[in-house]
Design a protein around this ligand. Structure first.
Ligand code: UDX
Length: 443
């Protein structure tokens, strides 16, 4: 099939590349000329494991093209997929201006009957609005059908999630459109769930809001665990055996970040408000998450009697999670800004997210070349992103290499047993701190 994907962010590019891998002819369109030129050479604008290899392979096989030209992109398309951004407006609702522009352009340039699929996360009712805009701008005598097909991929494992997802959700108005999309997705061998358009749009928001709820729930539990000397890791493990609950997304930490959960939870609160429903539960989930980002900093302040002025603090990890260079709504940014406000000096390192972080962080922040450089002469470190290279050497490494081995671990990277015979102060989330008498006396 001939498929055009508009927008080459995470969702668009990964979708386009995956569809080409499944033997479809794919054109990815973006308005960013420089980005398109790079992609034509097989260079991915985003860091995503496995993506460039598949890009190069399918470009070579002639199944994957990139363009800025809408006439090229739309002329022969059987299916057009909208995957442009829907960033958050100041009031938390989704900004649909990019989607609207694309809809106008589709109306202007399509020359045959086409199914227009929305992959971008959009509020309920948007697909019908898109259809209206397309119809109002049509210049050819063609028929447009619309469908909603939300995306569930995670950054860092996007290709895998796209090729081997748990489900494909398609929201349609008629069976004929469903059949066309089923044909497109047939090679993926993933269960397809068909529903109406509004329900499909809601499935995406409700799924992300539910996962965010799981995270805030376990984070609240972790805060109680600390006060009653329980271990949140064991609590999550024990809960997870129950199939109705499941172990996934019960990792306590410093809150969720990234391009989806913060944006989509806020948007769903707005959507609910728009139909006069106060989504109390989700508002609390968001509030818990905002507080959780401060938990580690508070522990650090408590350890230094509320005063970290002039103290050199190391921050390990900037990406909102490992496997990506994305720093959108990353806890690291909030944490570093808190620390700077408290007068601390910050030295930080991330394997791949430093370039992006440099653009948003204060010039006062020192960017180190590696992990060793960070821990060299800081008074304490905060472990913010659980990159493998921070975990692989074990807690022993920090105990041996730091002149002041005080670790605040926001991701529970190490077991408490590891700290048993080490000269280290180790504070994690939802677990008892390790404070070695011997170590404290020596200080
Ligand atoms: C998420 C959804 O998982 C995906 O289905 C959707 O399409 C987009 O949003 P993503 O944002 O890439 O994907 O990352 P994810 O792995 O879900 O993690 C989101 C955030 O939650 C990260 O900051 C992560 O550190 C945090 N998290 C995740 C926890 O704090 N605890 C957990 O148990 C899981």
């Amino acid at each position: 099939m001939n498929i055009t994907v508009i927008g080459t962010g995470y969702v668009g590019l990964v979708t386009g590349v995956s569809l080409s891998e499944m033997n479809h002819n794919v054109i990815c369109m973006d308005i960013d000329k420089k980005k398109v030129e790079k992609m034509q050479q097989g260079i991915s604008p985003i860091y995503e494991p496995g993506l460039e290899e598949l890009m190069r392979k399918n470009i070579k096989l002639g199944r994957l093209q990139f363009t800025t030209q809408p006439d090229n992109a739309f002329k022969y398309a059987d299916i057009v997929m909208i995957a442009v951004g829907t960033p958050q407006l100041p009031n938390g609702s989704a900004n649909l201006s990019y989607v609207e522009e694309v809809a106008k352009s589709i109306g202007k340039y399509i020359r045959r009957d086409t199914v227009v699929v929305t992959k971008s996360t959009v509020p309920v009712g948007t697909n019908k609005y898109i259809k209206q805009i397309i119809d109002n701008n049509l210049v050819s005598n063609v028929k447009v059908k619309i469908a909603s097909n939300p995306e569930f991929l995670r950054e860092g494992s996007a290709i895998h999630d796209c090729l081997y997802g748990d489900r494909i959700v398609i929201g349609v108005e008629d069976n004929q459109t469903a059949e066309i999309l089923e044909e497109m997705y047939k090679p993926f061998k993933t269960p397809i769930f068909k529903t109406d358009i509004n329900s499909a749009e809601m499935i995406k928001y409700a799924s992300n809001a539910f996962l965010a709820t799981k995270i805030s729930f376990i984070n609240e539990v972790s805060n109680i665990c600390e006060k009653i000397n329980a271990n949140v890791e064991d609590v999550a493990e024990g809960m997870g055996f129950d199939k109705r609950i499941g172990r996934a997304f019960l990792n306590a930490g410093i809150g969720y970040g990234g391009s989806c959960f913060p944006k989509d939870t806020n948007a769903l609160v707005q959507i609910a408000g728009g139909v006069a429903h106060d989504f109390h539960l989700l508002k609390s989930v968001i509030e818990v998450n905002n507080n959780q980002q401060k938990v580690l900093v508070q522990k650090l302040l408590d350890r230094f009697d509320g005063n970290i002025v002039g103290k050199k603090i190391g921050v390990l990890g900037l990406a909102f999670k490992p496997g990506t260079d994305d720093i959108r709504d990353a806890a690291s940014i909030t944490i570093i800004n808190y620390l700077l406000n408290e007068g601390a000096e910050i030295v930080t390192y991330d394997p791949i997210a430093m370039e992006k972080a440099k653009k948003v962080l204060s010039p006062k922040v020192i960017f180190a070349n590696n992990l060793e450089e960070v821990i060299e002469d800081v008074e304490a470190i905060l472990l913010v992103t659980e990159w493998e290279e921070f975990k692989i050497k074990g807690l022993k490494f920090y105990a041996e290499k730091m002149s002041s081995p005080i670790v605040f671990d926001g991701r529970n990277c190490f077991s408490l047993e590891e700290g048993n015979d080490l000269d280290i102060e180790y504070y994690s989330v939802g677990r008892s701190p390790i404070k070695k008498e011997r170590f404290i006396l020596n200080k």
